[in-house]
Design a binder for this molecule. Structure first.
Ligand SMILES: [Zn+2]
Length: 101
């Protein structure tokens, strides 16, 4: 493992930790302030709860999009692999067998 690869791994780990922290704090804020004394008119707590819900929704959509993309790439790779096996059949020329006469 070279230095560049270890840097990428470290950055990926930091991003995952930040994502988990943001989600945890968003859920914690919503849970802890769900029964607040609301003034009903421009309540700052309600606005913060809406922002936290928006963050959670964005992260959820990003995770779903990434999962769908990964599944699509996985499916296409397997489809190409199966197509290669079906279409490119084994032959003597491919095995480099010398054909005399
Ligand atoms: Zn409120």
């Amino acid at each position: 493992m070279n230095v560049n690869s270890s840097k990428k791994s470290f950055m990926a780990l930091v991003l995952c930790a930040a994502l988990i922290l943001v989600l945890s704090f968003s859920y914690l804020y919503i849970f802890s302030n769900s029964n607040h004394h609301c003034s009903k008119h421009e309540c700052p707590v309600c606005e913060q709860i809406q922002i936290a819900e928006h963050i959670i929704e964005q992260v959820k959509n990003a995770i779903i999009t990434i999962a769908v993309l990964c599944m699509t790439v996985f499916f296409i790779c397997h489809l190409l692999d199966m197509t290669y096996v079906l279409l490119v059949k084994d032959s003597l020329v491919k095995r480099k067998v010398r054909l005399n006469n």
